[in-house]
Each structure stands twice: as C-alpha cells, then as structure tokens.
Design a protein. Structure first.
Length: 157
C-alpha cells in the first residue's frame, strides 16, 4: 500500500487548520529513511482549547471519529476512520520528551504533497522509545540508532 496519498491528505489538513503538532514514532522515523512500519501515525500536540477545536475539525474533514480521550489516563486523542482503518494518535505528553516546545525546536520540516509538517528527529524518537520501555519500542531502537548513525556519517562526507 502506498501511504503517500494519505500522508499528503493529513499534512494538508494539519496545515490548513494550523494544528500545532510534531509527528513522532515509527511513521516519523520511516519518513527519515528508517526501515520500520506502523499501523498508526503518532503526533505530540499542544493541548489547548484552540488546538482541540482544530483537531475536531480535522477529524470531521477527514471523515473520521475523534475518540477523546482514548485512554483517559494517557491524555491520548485517537482519530479513527473505518473506511481505510486510518488511525492517528494525538498525545499531549510522550515518555522521554520534556516539552512540546523543545521537541518542536529540534524537529525538521518535511514536505508532503506541497504542505510541510514538523517531524521529530531520530534522536528524539529513540529517546521516547527508550523511555517508554515497551517491548515493541525496544525492538526498533537498534534499527533507529543504525539509521541515525548512517545519516550522521553521510553528513560528514
């Protein structure tokens, strides 16, 4: 399956509504060349009344349902679309990441179909996965570290 059209649609909706987010997790790592897969797309977002209103508008525009909060104790909002099983997770906090502002300052802009979104760097993704400590997160840390090292080696050349 080609994820590009879906990513373009998501980037367009985020851009048009001005949602303050940074993509993180395996989807962000894959956009940076890491050979990983995922069934959802994760975002750290600034949880404000204005941003929540934008998130609801994006869910409506994408034809999805916003489950809010999906896990009451985690402050995670999940956008689901049944027609193609699209799953977007918006988290106000992420293990290993101190603040939205800090992550945003280190993130890089990636163009997706003419709309740019902020994507967490591999070092921050590794940090968050290490801090989460889940088996599925620990399983990809070495792959992400190898990808990060290869990118750094190419910079030096």
């Amino acid at each position: 399956m080609d994820a590009q059209p879906v990513l373009f649609t998501i980037a367009k909706a985020i851009h048009q509504h001005g949602l303050e987010v940074v993509m993180i997790g395996n989807s962000a790592a894959a956009l940076q060349g890491a050979p990983v897969t995922t069934i959802d797309i994760d975002f750290l977002f600034r949880k404000t009344p204005a941003n929540l209103k934008k998130l609801k508008a994006i869910a409506k525009e994408l034809g999805g349902v916003l489950l809010k909060p999906y896990y009451p104790s985690s402050d995670l909002f999940r956008l689901m679309r049944d027609e193609d099983t699209l799953q977007l997770d918006f988290m106000a906090t992420i293990h290993g990441i101190r603040s939205f502002e800090g992550l945003r300052s280190r993130a890089k802009r990636i163009d997706l179909g003419g709309h740019s979104i902020l994507v967490a760097g591999l070092a921050d993704i590794i940090k968050s996965k290490r801090a989460a400590g889940r088996v599925k997160d620990r399983a990809v840390i070495e792959i992400l570290k190898k990808t990060l090292n290869e990118k750094e080696d190419h910079k030096e050349e």
